[in-house]
Design a protein around this ligand. Structure first.
Ligand code: MF3
Ligand code: CO
Length: 239
């Protein structure tokens, strides 16, 4: 999983350098697939439940699962969340970043920054003896400090020899979940706050994938695959 995670991190770093006004999300997808394969991996999103591409490219009010498209070129002021997964020798890595395109408003920049902070605050809780609720609480509390919406319908997850394994890793405290699973060293999780400037409610487009904020306000996503440790965690997808 360290090898797969490293490849996902490197792929996102590679894509970050290509993000600029005029580039299409299709071009980014093409680059990602080529980069993953060239480095001995297989893109895990491609054909996953019928998904047609190797990355998700979710622009502005699209929260997650935006489908790369030749006709959608990046514009000045956009934010684009790129979600990427790869398999190496049967093991998965999964991560996402939100990139800025040209001049992004201060309000939206702040959203992107705080979403990243939410990840790190959540990940800090990924230590043996804590529960899933500790991760959720840390993420939700930080987002709420800024009045942001925490997406509820999409959650983080266990990851290993499959991309999505139990448990679900919510980014908000759900009273129905109790304290959630008790964490033990060696568990591997994808922690992925999805945070919006307005509502947490989503609408799914007719393509069956693209998830928009119900109020059309921008949303950011930041995800890494991590290992729970005895008294700290290890991030596998930041290189
Ligand atoms: N990587 C996403 C997640 O974080 C899932 C992508 S769905 C796919 O769980 F269909 F695009 F693969
Ligand atoms: Co994920």
């Amino acid at each position: 999983m360290r090898v797969a995670g490293r490849l996902v991190g490197e792929t996102l770093n590679h894509l970050e350098k290509l993000v600029e006004v005029g580039v299409s999300t299709y071009d980014l997808d093409h680059e990602a697939e080529a980069f993953i394969r060239k480095n001995g991996g297989v893109p895990s999103f491609l054909h996953y439940n019928g998904y047609p591409a190797s990355i998700c490219t979710s622009i502005n009010e699209v929260v997650v699962h935006g489908i790369p498209d030749k006709k959608r070129r990046l514009k000045d002021g956009d934010i684009i969340s790129v979600d990427c997964g790869a398999i190496v020798d049967g093991w998965h890595g999964d991560a996402a970043r939100t990139f800025l395109v040209g001049n992004v408003s201060d309000e939206v920049r702040k959203l992107v920054e705080v979403t990243k902070e939410c990840f790190f605050l959540g990940a800090e809780q990924a230590v043996e003896g804590n529960h899933l609720i500790d991760i959720a609480r840390a993420i939700e509390a930080h987002a709420k400090e800024y009045g942001y919406g925490v997406i509820r319908e999409m959650v983080g997850h266990g990851i290993g020899s499959s991309m999505h394994e139990p448990p679900e890793v919510p980014n908000y405290v759900d009273p129905r979940m109790g304290r959630g699973l008790k964490l033990a060293a060696g568990m591997t999780l994808a922690i992925e706050p999805m945070i919006s400037l307005g509502t947490w409610k989503l609408v799914i487009a007719r393509d069956g994938w693209t998830a928009f904020t119900a109020d059309g306000k921008p949303s950011a996503h930041y995800e890494n695959t991590i290992i729970v440790g005895k008294d700290s965690h290890e991030v596998l997808t930041i290189v």
